[in-house]
Structures are given as structure tokens and as C-alpha cells.
Design a protein around this ligand. Structure first.
Ligand SMILES: C=C(O[C@H]1C=CC=C(C(=O)O)[C@@H]1O)C(=O)O
Length: 395
């Protein structure tokens, strides 16, 4: 049995995307890119996430001779539900290329056409959910609720994951671009999650951890003057700064239990994706215990008020009561980890679930607080879904 090397190599000529199947693994950040071909001897687990299930996979990998195994995972928003874990036999791991990416190799690929788009729920019903959240804020038990909606897309053919990954990387090389299979009890399942998240839950490098919460957003504009006005407006928006503040203070509170040397900037900065401006805070800290893995810390932080709301328990209950669909892997964790605990876990947003054939479910959520406007939240969630929809159907 050949066990491939899994530490980052020094030169990385291109993105590791050639002939990516929807059941292969791809995960890229600005720092790392990892790729694995679906293989009959890959190890899998489909069960609620526990340290025991993670350790068992690493132990199995070691016992068959893998020296530097890498675990990949999709962990659902509700961590009581099954996570989908893969420990591949072979993983390629290199640094991410710095050079600009073009759609490249398979640009001639004809993407499928959209046969139908079904919003779940209808936009006006989503607006009513936001109004209901505003009533809850007025009652005072809860201060922030992240409300999500979905869009079911029926296509006239299969999609090409390589084309989609290239398209997403062309638009934003600094996010977390991923394609991971969903392993289910049903071994016939062909489903996968793919997307390009802008949000890092945690990266661990030795004792250091890096966390980059985003919350508070506005769609970008094609006119550079209006775009700049929106950037400045977001930085000064009392409502968005409050929405962001719930996230940062809750993360800082939890980090203080597990870390020293917390560096939490007092004021957020504004970062841009191709479609949106976001308020962003880049946090660094040193772990108290080197035993705590990236995933351990990610699970201690999850669900942050950027995915759920504040206070967490009340916001979680409101989401269960108001959202008319199951989030499943949306707004959960997606990423990878080595046996020493180093790894990167992003939030599973700006993404969709592909059934492996001709249908896709896109997801988007938006944080609501007192002062939120239902129409703006409808627009924001529409913008959040648009990048991915374009990537699926681009011809
Ligand atoms: C839940 C999502 O976004 C979160 C992350 C960044 C900004 C957000 C916001 O401004 O509402 C959300 O909290 C999503 O994109 O589906």
C-alpha cells in the first residue's frame, strides 16, 4: 500500500482541481489546498461528532500504516445530528497558488440550464419570519437571530464540480472553497456539499489560533462610487456594529476560557467578497492546552452568534420555531485537521447541497437584530445565493 505524503510541499504549480468528481474532496483557503480522490479504502464515519469518533478514525489510519493522516468533515449546524467524516487513504496537500486563477482547463464545459427555482419559503414568508423576530426582540428575551432560507434548483443535467470550484476561486481566492461528499447511512447516497465560505471559524497552527467572525453585511454595487459609499455606510452603521458586536463579545468570552494572549481588535474592519461587504474582526490567541485541537475549539465556539444569534439557546429555539426547513450541514463546520490538532474549519455558508444528479439546494442566512428591515434581509439573502447560482449555471 502506498501512503502519500500529506505535509505542505514548497511549490504548488496549480490548483489541485483536475477532473474533480463531486464525490472527491477539495478544500482550499488562501494558505492551504487539499485534495483527495474518492477511494474504496477511505475511512468514513456518519454519526454525531465526538472526540471518540475522531480519535477512532485516526487510530484506524495509523493501524493501517498512514503516518500523517488528514481528517475532513462536514459538521451540521445542530451538532446532535450526524457529522459526515472522511479520512482518505491518499491526500494531496500543498500551499495555495498565489497567481490569479482563470476558469481554465474546462471552460468549454457546457453548464446545465435551470429548469426551475423554488424558494423555501417564498421571499414574502421569509420577510414575515424577520417581522416575527422583530417582535421577539421587542419582548426582550433574544437580541439577535440569524434567519435562513433555501432555494431548490432543478437542472436539466449534471453539474461539473471542477468548473464550479474554478469559478468560485476566480471570484474570491481568499475564502474557503470546498467540495465534500456527504456520507450517510444510505451507502447509495451521492450527495455532496460545495461552496465558497468567506468565514473562518478557527485555524490552529501549533498553540496559535486564528478566528475571523463576520457579521453585518451589505450587497456591493457595480458603480465604484456607490460601492465605496456602501463600504463606508457599513463601517458606520449602528445596527450592523451591534449585530457584529454580539458575535465578537461571545467569541471572546469563550476564547478566554481556553486561551491566553487574546488579541481582539476593538473596531471591526470591512472586507469584501465579489458580492458583499462584511464587517470582520480578525482574532488571534494562544491555546492554554496544546491538547485542544482546531475542531475541539471550533465546537466550543459553535454555533457563534454569526450562525445562530444571541443569546445562543433562545436564538437556537427561535430558529427551530421559525425556519420551515432543516439546515442540515448549512451553517455548520467544514474543514480538515491533522492528528496533531492543526487544521482549518470554516463555516458552511455560501454553499449548496448537490444530490449528485440534477438538483441542488442553495442556502443563505442573515443576522437580524432590533432595527433590521425585512426587505433588506430578503435582498441580502438573495445576493448571498447569487454567486453560487451563477457558478452552477454559467455557460
Ligand atoms: C449566515 C450567513 O452569513 C453570516 C455570515 C456573515 C454575515 C452575516 C450577516 O451579515 O448576516 C451572517 O451572520 C450566510 O451567508 O448564509
Amino acid at each position: 500500500m502506498t501512503i502519500s505524503a500529506t505535509s505542505p510541499s514548497q511549490s504548488s504549480p496549480d490548483w489541485l482541481l483536475n477532473q474533480l468528481s463531486h464525490r472527491d474532496i477539495f478544500f482550499a483557503s488562501a494558505q492551504h489546498q487539499l485534495r483527495s480522490h474518492n477511494h474504496a479504502e477511505d475511512l468514513h464515519a456518519y454519526a454525531p461528532i465526538t472526540s471518540a469518533s475522531v480519535n477512532a478514525l485516526f487510530a484506524q489510519a495509523r493501524s493501517r500504516g498512514q503516518t500523517t493522516p488528514t481528517l475532513f468533515g462536514l459538521i451540521p449546524f445542530d451538532t446532535q445530528l450526524p457529522a459526515s467524516l472522511t479520512l482518505p487513504l491518499h491526500v494531496q496537500h500543498t500551499l495555495s497558488p498565489n497567481d490569479a486563477l482563470t476558469i481554465g482547463a474546462n471552460s468549454a464545459q457546457v453548464s446545465p440550464s435551470v429548469l426551475s427555482k423554488t424558494p423555501v419559503p417564498a421571499p414574502e414568508v421569509y420577510g414575515q419570519m424577520v417581522e416575527r423576530a422583530l417582535e421577539l426582540f421587542a419582548q426582550g428575551d433574544v437580541k439577535k437571530i440569524v434567519l435562513a432560507r433555501a432555494m431548490d434548483i432543478a437542472l436539466d443535467g449534471a453539474i461539473d464540480p471542477e468548473h464550479i470550484m474554478r469559478d468560485l476561486l476566480t471570484r474570491n481566492r481568499h475564502g474557503y472553497t470546498f467540495n465534500l461528499p456527504i456520507w450517510a447511512e444510505d451507502a447509495q447516497s451521492q450527495a455532496s456539499m460545495m461552496g465558497a465560505s468567506p468565514e473562518l471559524l478557527v485555524r490552529r497552527e501549533g498553540e496559535m489560533v486564528y478566528i475571523n467572525p463576520l457579521a453585518g453585511s451589505i450587497p456591493r454595487h457595480s458603480d465604484p462610487v456607490i460601492d465605496q459609499q456602501r463600504h463606508e455606510g457599513l463601517a458606520a452603521s449602528e445596527k450592523d456594529l451591534r449585530e457584529h458586536g454580539y458575535v465578537v463579545s461571545d467569541i471572546a468570552r469563550i476564547l478566554a476560557e481556553h486561551c491566553t494572549e487574546l488579541d481582539v481588535p476593538e473596531t471591526p474592519s470591512v472586507i469584501g467578497t465579489d458580492a458583499l461587504w462584511h464587517l470582520s474582526t480578525f482574532i488571534t490567541a494562544r491555546l492554554k492546552s496544546p491538547q485542544m485541537s482546531a475542531l475541539d475549539l471550533g465546537l466550543a465556539l459553535h454555533p457563534t452568534p454569526a450562525m445562530c444569534g444571541y443569546p445562543t439557546a433562545q436564538a437556537f429555539a427561535s430558529i427551530q420555531a421559525l425556519e420551515p426547513f432543516a439546515r442540515e450541514y448549512f451553517a455548520g463546520l467544514v474543514g480538515w485537521q491533522k492528528e496533531n490538532g492543526d487544521g482549518e474549519w470554516a463555516l458552511t455558508i455560501r454553499c449548496g447541497r448537490y444530490d449528485g444528479q440534477r438538483s441542488f439546494r442553495l442556502y443563505a442566512g442573515a443576522g437580524t437584530v432590533a432595527g433590521s428591515d425585512p426587505v433588506s434581509e430578503i435582498r441580502e439573502t438573495e445576493t448571498k445565493m447569487a454567486t453560487f447560482l451563477r457558478a452552477i449555471t454559467k455557460s
